[in-house]
Ligand binder design. Structure first.
Ligand code: RP5
Length: 174
């Protein structure tokens, strides 16, 4: 475990890692420190509760928690740690992630979890960085640059579409 990090990325299983890595990649781009942990409030509750206490003591700024199925992980951390918690519903095999989404988004009043789309780990990273940016000018500038580059990418695509027409555009996409 690292000494001081801004963000804690937690997931219920290593099977969530291929999705959750997208949050880490975005934080890397923004130069934001984080640690990643695999912990389950169902399969290893004591270790998960100890880690929640540890995050509270270390005053971690944002938690990103991803889980699938009966996805209680983000809510249980939100109940114990007084920082924003972003939940990532992981696509499940049997119910396509709708179970994960409902488990994470339908929190009782008083314990919010900011829930992104099913498998929306990149947006969780962006939201975590945006929260950090309210207190950090460098990250604020990087978020502005990120949005500006998305803006120009779409405008460039439209300009190309107007210029070459949809048939040629589709050919070039092959
Ligand atoms: C949840 O159960 C995890 O978050 C994961 O999405 C799901 C399945 O876990 P595995 O059976 O793949 O370990 O706790």
């Amino acid at each position: 475990m690292k000494e001081n990090v801004d963000v804690s990325i937690i997931m219920g299983s290593d099977s969530d890692l291929p999705i959750m890595k997208e949050a880490a990649k975005f934080l890397d781009e923004m130069g934001i420190t984080y640690e990643m942990t695999i912990l389950s409030v169902h399969r290893c509750p004591d270790a998960a509760f100890d880690y929640a206490k540890n995050l509270k003591e270390r005053k971690v700024k944002v938690i990103i928690a991803g889980a699938g199925g009966a996805a209680h992980l983000p809510g249980v951390f939100a109940a114990q740690v007084p920082c924003p918690v972003i939940g990532v519903p992981i696509m499940s095999k049997t119910l396509n992630g709708v179970d994960s989404l409902y488990s994470i988004v339908q929190m009782p009043s008083g314990i919010p979890v900011a829930t992104v789309a099913i498998n929306g780990a990149k947006n969780a990273g962006i939201l975590a960085a945006t929260i950090i940016s309210t207190q950090d000018d460098e990250v604020y500038k990087k978020i502005c640059d990120f949005k500006a580059s998305m803006n120009s990418a779409v405008l460039e695509k439209n300009e190309k579409l107007q210029k070459i027409g949809y048939k040629e555009y589709l050919d070039q996409m092959k």
